[in-house]
Design a protein around this ligand. Sequence first.
Ligand code: DLL
Length: 431
Amino acid sequence: MIWNSPVECMPREDLKRLQDARLREVVERVYYNVPWYREKMQKAGLSPEDIRGTDDLHRLPFTTKEDLRETYPFGMFAVPMSEILRVHASSGTTGRATVVGYTRRDLGMWSEVVARCLACAGVGREDIIQIAYGYGLFTGGLGLHYGAEKIGAVVVPVSGGNTKRQIQLMKDFGSTVLACTPSYALYLAEAMEEERIDPHSLRLRVGVFGAEPWTESMRREIENRLGIKAIDIYGLSEVVGPGVSCECEYQDGLHINEDHFVPEIIDPESLQPLPPGSRGELVFTTVTKEGLPLIRYRTRDLTTLNYETCRCGRTMVRMAKCTGRSDDMLIIRGVNVFPSQIESILLEMSETKPHYLIVVDRVNNLDTLQILVEVEELYFDKISQLQGLRDRLQQQVESTLGISAEIKLVEPKTIERFEGKARRVIDKRTF
Ligand code: DLL
């Protein structure tokens, strides 16, 4: 079902006109209400009238997470605090949190875009949705919550963690939809196997997974183990939280709610916009937000955009699954390495489990790469097989990444599990 077909299937010329008008409005609002933006625009020699539509986007200054940190906590809000109804915050790996404020209209818009995403994922009012994203300052729990209520599904607001109870509720309530991080979905699958619960005996049919990168092979793994359709949902707190984009039943790119969030792809080095179809860093301008409107916010997520109409009928542009960020790339012995490349290799092997840890270090001025990976119980006692497996993994990593790695096969369940976002890389180097 398409939640808002007049918008989601709008002819692209009409959409462009809508975006142009909304962009003009938001530029004017930030210019007059956020001193930080006014200063930036003045420095660039721009006044609001110079921006007539999305074709002028490239003239505007960028906004980064660092900018939000510098103006912590509320320095970039565009309305008085009396207009703000809720705040969320994103922890980030280092430094201060970034804080996001929502007005009543922002919260309404957020529920609307999440409702669109859930409908896109095939979720409807007959569904029982178990929300196992964390509730609290993180946007996952509450973001999914209000969107699910809007479409009229039954919401089970269980939040993250307490795996045994998650499984119990899934059984007792007959949850049909699971919303959590993909790594937690795998963890749940594993816990079910341990408790000898056949996931296929549950009513679960769809997973709405996001908040961290995951590969196509991980999708296949989750779909097979849980017997569900695994849908990718994307978002970031600064822009709104979950609901920025989501896959439809064709799982062929995530439809961006473009009437609210205007995307661009830039070269993360030169910062120049890239032509349609190029892979680069995703940048968003929020054209309707009131509390914290953002102009050209650099997500650091790497993707491509596909403007063709989807088989589902939606005209909203699709972004490819994000499997890397312009800043999670590791440079090991001068070679660019994406953790997702390593994950794909591990998931291709039937003997290994999708639980791994990448440890990067520097010994005698030489970078080292160690990959710890759990081995299926079945294989763990067979030393000769383990040796062979280690050699194969080593070769595979070397031929894919172009650098060698030390593979350490570890016993099942020895690598730390996460209820939220998984931390899979430890970089011990000091630069
Ligand atoms: O993770 C919002 C969210 C909650 C999205 C629940 C989906 C579901 P942040 O904590 O601000 O917000 O983290 C945002 O997480 O820039 C991406 O790098 C990454 N990310 C989020 N969704 C995906 C996804 C939430 N589906 C950052 N695939 C983003 C890959 C994702 N990366």
